[in-house]
Design a protein around this ligand. Structure first.
Ligand SMILES: C[S@@+](CC[C@H](N)C(=O)[O-])C[C@H]1O[C@@H](n2cnc3c(N)ncnc32)[C@H](O)[C@@H]1O
Length: 389
């Protein structure tokens, strides 16, 4: 996700938006009261992002692109989806099967991938979309109705994962949006952070960890107290489920994050939680509840382990810049009409933003987990960093 600066002076929300936020706050406060005055942060984030009709991803306000809160790689440039399509085409060539995208946002990545595969005459029979937000699902359908109605018969919206799947499963910037546990390490104890109320205002508050799986993971991590960070049990659980679903093919996970050692680096002692509101980034998840995105960086070591423990092979891990370069973004650019400056110059600028280490090129990573694929993957031919996980 790319934002243009960081400031605590956030733009004032419109009255209708504030009304939604107040309603959501009231719902969360009622749950806190009903839970002896405290809910775990993971539950707070779940409600803030996904509470039906009210949560950030469910309340119908525009999230992605220039008018929203942040811009993702597919929104930034068609080159992203076209390059990812090169990787998908290589895999589908050998495995056959379909594509399944989870968290498809505005549907832009789906559209760009399908149009690129259509141009190569390699369209899969189906493109499955797993979307938890009813509002975003509507937007995805609308996009295809307007921009590529002939592709609609191939699209299948899912409410849950199928039991078995062959082909390519892909998710861009979804793991960071899956609610996370927040944990605090002190010299003599480890606690889970949650949300309670003081003078009817949300405050962060610690409690002893009651979930044995969370406690075990918190004890294993290489942190030096005092330390505050996230543990993405749910995202890892989701990757385990995807791994069990994939019978033959590729699971491609793209997001911002680091391997465990870097994620839990001593200097990152306040964790990675960030909020995005109208292209401003700040670290307070208790503000503008339901109106701002709440995200965390991804611990790619935990995601790789979740895949490998459930039968997948680690086939590659690299930066977005390396992946796009290996998968052919420069060829795509070279094929564009360089005489048509009005089209060509924006494309070069977009490629630069996708690949520059100062923008999305280095912070964003691509993790490939496969089943039953022997040949090396196109996008990881150069600069594979699997050893760093
Ligand atoms: C930051 S947006 C990214 C959207 C899009 N992939 C893109 O790159 O523009 C996160 C998306 O993940 C979806 N999401 C979150 N948790 C999910 C889950 N468990 N299964 C499927 N989608 C999920 C959200 O509804 C939203 O569409």
């Amino acid at each position: 996700m790319h934002v243009t600066g960081s400031t605590p002076n956030l733009p004032a929300p419109a009255p209708e938006a504030l009304a939604i936020s107040r309603q959501l706050e009231a719902q969360i406060k009622a749950e806190i009261h009903a839970s002896q005055g405290w809910i775990p942060f993971v539950r707070f984030e779940e409600l803030a992002l996904y509470s039906p009709g009210l949560g950030y991803y469910s309340n119908g306000t525009i999230k992605l692109g220039p008018d929203g809160d942040f811009t993702t790689a597919p929104e930034l440039s068609v080159l992203f989806g076209q390059t990812v399509a090169n990787q998908i085409a290589q895999v589908l060539d050998s495995t056959g099967g379909d594509i399944l995208e989870f968290g498809p946002g505005s549907g832009k990545l789906a559209l760009d991938i399908l149009q690129a595969l259509e141009a190569r005459q390699q369209l899969p029979a189906h493109y499955y979309l797993l979307e938890v937000s009813a509002d975003l699902r509507d937007r995805q359908q609308q996009r295809f109705r307007q921009e590529a109605p002939h592709l609609l018969p191939r699209l299948v919206w899912l409410d849950q994962l199928p039991e078995q799947f062959t082909g390519v499963i892909i998710g861009n910037e979804v793991l960071d949006a899956i609610p996370t546990h927040l944990v605090r390490w002190e010299a003599d104890r480890i606690e889970e952070m949650g949300v309670s109320l003081e003078n009817d205002q949300f405050v962060l508050a610690a409690r002893p960890i009651s979930d044995p799986q969370l406690l075990e993971k918190a004890r294993q991590l290489p942190v030096h107290a005092p330390y505050l960070s996230e543990i993405q049990l749910r995202a890892a659980g989701f990757v385990s489920t995807l791994a069990n679903t994939l019978q033959h093919g590729l699971l491609l996970l793209i997001d911002y994050g680091f391997p465990e050692r870097e994620y839990y680096h001593p200097q990152r002692d306040q964790g990675t939680l960030m909020c995005h509101y109208r292209h401003h980034a700040h670290p307070d998840p208790l503000l503008l509840v339901g109106l701002q995105d709440v995200t965390t960086h991804v611990d790619f070591t935990a995601m790789a382990i979740a895949g490998v423990d459930n039968g997948l092979s680690l086939a590659g891990y690299t930066s977005q810049a390396m992946f796009l370069a290996s998968a052919g973004i420069t060829d795509l650019l070279a094929r564009a009409d360089q005489e048509d400056l009005a089209r060509y110059l924006p494309l070069t600028n977009q490629a630069q933003r996708l690949m520059s280490p100062a923008e999305m090129g280095e912070l964003f990573k691509v993790l490939a987990l496969t089943k039953g694929i022997e040949e090396p993957l196109l996008g990881f031919m150069v600069g594979d960093r699997s050893h760093a996980l």
